[in-house]
Write a protein that binds this ligand. Structure first.
Ligand code: TRP
Length: 332
């Protein structure tokens, strides 16, 4: 039996290289495995917890869809959809909310860290927290459980969310009998943490990102901004502590990585290393960037592809939701 593997990306910011290396690339690799049925989606309702500008919201949502496709996701072999096009997910969200203790939500990391930072800044502890953000993990559980997901590929920060989905599923099963299968998470191997321009993890919240489909000139400029030390050009340099080398290795062929390591050890100027880095990145990004730009100009194509995916998703979710509601005593 094939296993359903599911993941979503929320449209809350521009996709950057760290997202690609840490999450998208490993997910695309998993989608190739014959033992999986991939279900990948645009988590637009999750994005709504943050983005309240209609144009920005629309653009970011299409951007996620175009990114997946530009990077090679095959919509014929994937259930590829927009969360808001599958209303059953949202209906299940409410049902699950009624099986989720408030205490469980109080303990969720994303919410807790907002409370912590509010308290540190002497603000009211729930400042800036809307109920969408607070109940975020319930909607995520609905995403996962609605499609009978067996595996969720995650970065470390999302493990707790999958555990919460399991907890909620168990609470429901306890009352109505075995209904939801419990999802497992799969930590993304190779989903290495990419350093950003300042050497910390590349992350939107650190403002150190390189957007994935940046135009070549801007890409070069951002690469030039990477902090380096003042070693002279001919001095040997440590590849393993270098942001430039780490980024290079993520985009180069293995053999090129080995050669660059050698060059670092023998002494390469930072300028030359940056040029080489630009070359391997741009070589990889050129084609998907073009495809991405094309798709963003024709959102109707994206709509059509996403709609087909939503129909596939509903093929699972509609009968399953009926079954669920039937067990609960709704007239179905
Ligand atoms: N919370 C995830 C993130 O921030 C996005 C997401 C929403 C998701 N629903 C999901 C991921 C279901 C996996 C499964 O990255």
């Amino acid at each position: 039996m094939k296993k359903t593997i599911l993941t979503g990306i929320k449209p809350t910011g521009q996709i950057h290289l760290g997202n690609y290396i840490g999450a998208i690339r490993p997910a695309l690799d998993l989608a190739q495995e014959p033992s999986y049925v991939p279900a990948y989606f645009v988590a637009d309702y999750h994005g709504l917890t943050k983005i309240h500008d209609p144009n920005e919201f629309r653009g970011l949502s299409y951007g996620i869809a175009a990114t997946w496709l530009a990077l090679g996701l095959d919509p014929d072999r994937t259930i590829f959809y927009r969360q808001s096009d599958v209303p059953e997910v949202f209906e299940l969200n409410w049902i699950l909310a009624c099986f989720t203790s408030k205490g469980l939500m109080n303990r969720a990391h994303a919410y807790k860290s907002m409370v912590d930072s509010n308290e540190q800044m002497n603000r009211e502890s729930n400042f800036g927290v809307n109920m969408g953000l607070f109940t975020y993990p319930i909607l995520m559980a609905a995403d996962i459980l609605m499609l009978k997901t067996e595996v969720v590929p995650v970065g470390k920060d999302q493990i707790q969310h999958v555990e919460i989905a399991r907890d909620i599923a168990e609470s429901f099963n306890h009352v109505y009998g075995d209904t939801f299968s419990l999802p497992d998470y799969k930590i993304q191997e190779g989903g290495s943490v990419l350093p950003g321009l300042d050497g910390r993890k590349m992350s939107k919240s650190y403002h150190n990102t390189i957007p994935l489909f940046e135009e070549p000139k801007k890409l070069q400029k951002l690469i030039n901004k990477i902090k380096t030390d003042s070693l002279p050009p001919e001095a040997p340099k440590d590849p393993d502590s270098s942001i430039i080398f780490t980024l290079y290795e993520a985009f180069a062929q293995p053999i090129e990585g080995t050669q660059m390591r050698e060059q670092f050890l023998q002494g390469i100027s930072w300028g030359e290393a940056k040029t080489e880095l630009f070359n391997v990145m741009n070589r990889f990004l050129e084609e998907p960037r073009e495809k991405y730009n094309e798709l963003m100009e024709k959102p109707m194509i994206l709509d059509e592809i996403l709609k087909e995916g939503a129909e596939k998703a509903s093929g699972i979710s509609a009968p399953f939701l009926k079954e669920i509601k039937g067990k609960m005593g709704f007239r179905v």
